[in-house]
Design a protein around this ligand. Structure first.
Ligand SMILES: Nc1ncnc2c1ncn2[C@@H]1O[C@H](COP(=O)(O)OP(=O)(O)O)[C@@H](O)[C@H]1O
Ligand SMILES: [Mg+2]
Length: 419
């Protein structure tokens, strides 16, 4: 007999692969028994979009949101269920505004991270507003774009302050390219940013709750090849620093499902992009790392609903700034102090205990499923829906190979799954 049932809502756009994987794994998981011996059934349901009364009570305990960053009706539903009903959300709709890069750059600069030098310049084309001409005549200072760029140094990056998916990102090598990029920016607000030239590794870390996977990313390759399957491509110290930076950004903004991009050059880690409301978790992008992502998503969401984790909407920035503002701490000491705050926020120790004692079978369950014909069908269907017919065989072979490698490697030691 089950004592409690929890509903996990999926608020989705066009994705089909990982939601199907997540739904399958939650269904296979079966009831979870908590420390007090109470049994918890967990169900999933896709959230639909419809009129809602602000006083309606949602049926969901937790919602994984992948849509509200561009679709505003469900975004307002998320705010309502967060404020009124304590529904646990991945991610917080309230810090979506900070999903523009700018706020995250500001906060991380104050916390002492090595964000490359960044300057925000006014719009090339003014906003459509009848009051603009008067306001601009009174208050807009003329500025010398070329001088700002020369001061930062070429090459530099000009990119939208709120960008995503590389749209509008320019690597600018001289003043002519600078002017052309600015002219093309139109009504988009742009940052000029120092370029981290000649970096050794582009490390992209995907975090889900307190779980983080740092992956070697190759941004110039096609989507299916961007994540290299390489281990130990960073020293343990640098790897740990990258993990801490990702967790810090996430705990600071209350983001629990996010990816963080850092450029590693020599012994320095430069964070450049770390606000992705809806990070890519497609099986055709993550391939080898996909089972890891699904395992982490199952464990973290189950932990949240079974332990009735309280959503925290307030940011408590003061705790972070008190560390960031200190002059007597080194960069490493600050990172260590932030790491403690992130462990507090994510309740990391309790989460690890929960996984070990309440979910000891999950790793093996994922392994069994990923090795099954059922998973292979999902992979084949995904490839067929994404690629042109003449490429199906090649891509099915490619992804089967990578998933097969994961299965083989984890068959012997499934406990490595979330290490
Ligand atoms: N400061 C920088 N130094 C070096 N490369 C950069 C820098 N900023 C951006 N890039 C390159 O441009 C790409 C896109 O920029 P990014 O800030 O990640 O924007 P988006 O949000 O569109 O992904 C990065 O993945 C990286 O390859
Ligand atoms: Mg990026």
């Amino acid at each position: 007999m089950t004592d409690t049932t929890h509903l996990i809502g999926l608020l989705l756009g066009t994705e089909e692969d990982w939601p199907a994987a997540f739904e399958t794994l939650i269904a296979r998981l079966g009831p979870v028994t908590d420390g007090a011996g109470e049994r918890h059934a967990i169900e999933t349901e896709r959230v639909t979009i419809e009129p809602f009364d602000l006083r309606d009570r949602p049926r969901h305990d937790l919602v994984i949101d992948r849509l509200a960053y561009w679709y505003y009706h469900p975004r307002e539903w998320l705010k309502k269920v967060a404020l009124m009903d304590d529904v646990y959300l991945l991610n917080s709709p309230f810090t979506f505004q900070a999903m523009e890069k700018h706020a995250a750059y500001c906060a991380m600069i104050r916390l002492g991270l090595k964000v490359p030098r960044t300057v925000l310049v006014p719009f090339k084309n003014p906003p459509e507003n009848a009051r603009y001409a008067t306001t601009a005549a009174r208050y807009n200072q003329p500025f010398d774009l070329g001088a700002i760029a020369a001061d930062i140094g070429y090459p530099l990056f000009m990119k939208p302050y709120d960008g995503g998916q590389w749209i509008g990102v320019n690597r600018v090598r001289d003043e002519a390219e600078l002017q052309a990029a600015y002219d093309a920016s139109g009504e988009r607000l742009m940052h000029l940013q120092e370029s981290i030239e000649g970096y050794d590794v582009f490390a992209r870390s995907l975090s889900i709750g307190p779980e983080t996977m740092v992956m070697h990313f190759r941004p110039d390759l096609p989507m299916h090849d961007r994540y290299a399957v390489t281990h130990d491509f960073l020293t343990p110290e640098i790897g740990d620093e990258v993990v801490t930076i990702g967790r810090l950004v996430n705990a600071f903004f209350r983001w629990e499902f996010n990816s963080c991009e850092t450029l590693v050059r020599g012994g320095d880690v430069y964070p450049i992009d770390y606000a992705n409301a809806s990070p890519d978790v497609a099986v055709t992008s993550l391939h080898y790392y996909f089972p890891w992502a699904m395992t982490a998503l199952v464990k973290w969401t189950v932990f949240c609903v079974v332990t009735n984790r309280t959503p925290r909407l307030d940011l408590d920035t003061r705790h972070y700034f008190e560390i960031g503002d200190r002059d007597d701490l080194t960069y490493d000491e600050k990172l260590a102090a932030y790491r403690r705050l992130t462990d507090e926020y994510f309740d990391t120790e309790r989460y690890r205990d929960f996984c070990a004692s309440r979910l000891p079978h999950v790793d093996e369950m994922v392994l069994d499923w990923v090795a099954s014909a059922d998973f292979d069908r999902l992979l084949v269907d995904t490839v067929r829906s994404l690629y042109p017919a003449h490429e199906h065989d090649a891509f099915i072979g490619h992804f089967r190979g990578l998933i097969g490698q994961w299965v083989t490697e984890h068959g012997a030691a499934p406990e490595r799954l979330t290490s």
